[in-house]
Ligand binder design. Structure first.
Ligand SMILES: [Zn+2]
Length: 117
């Protein structure tokens, strides 16, 4: 096995770990409809970052670098969309983070509050 192959395998392993790391956030947003503690602005900045770095990866034709940015771009885009969709909604687990807002829209599994932007 060549040294390049070893480093490519390390990179692919790193990408896989990165993909798995996004899963808990995506699952919580999708299942609980709760964006408590999730900063839509911060994730939008990560999305923008992934787009810009992804452009460099494409320019360099580096498959591992492209794979990393494609996975980051996909994950951050999903998180930004779900955070926007469930903006201000809080699950029962995170209800203690609410700042006095009432359950005004009656959405099952989550309520709206002002814990994030
Ligand atoms: Zn929650």
């Amino acid at each position: 096995m060549s040294q390049t192959t070893i480093f490519e395998l390390l990179g692919i392993t790193g990408i896989s770990i990165g993909v798995v790391a996004y899963v808990p956030q995506v699952v919580h947003l999708a299942r609980e409809h709760s964006s408590a503690g999730v900063s839509g602005r911060a994730w939008a900045m990560w999305l923008t970052s992934s787009l810009l770095i992804g452009a460099l990866a494409l320019h360099r034709h580096d498959p591992v670098f492209i794979g990393l940015q494609a996975s980051s771009l996909t994950s951050t885009a999903v998180i930004v969309l779900l955070t926007h969709r469930y903006r201000g909604m809080v699950c029962e687990t995170h209800a203690h983070l609410r700042t006095g807002a009432s359950d005004r829209d009656g959405v099952p599994g989550a309520t709206r509050s002002s814990v994030n932007d």
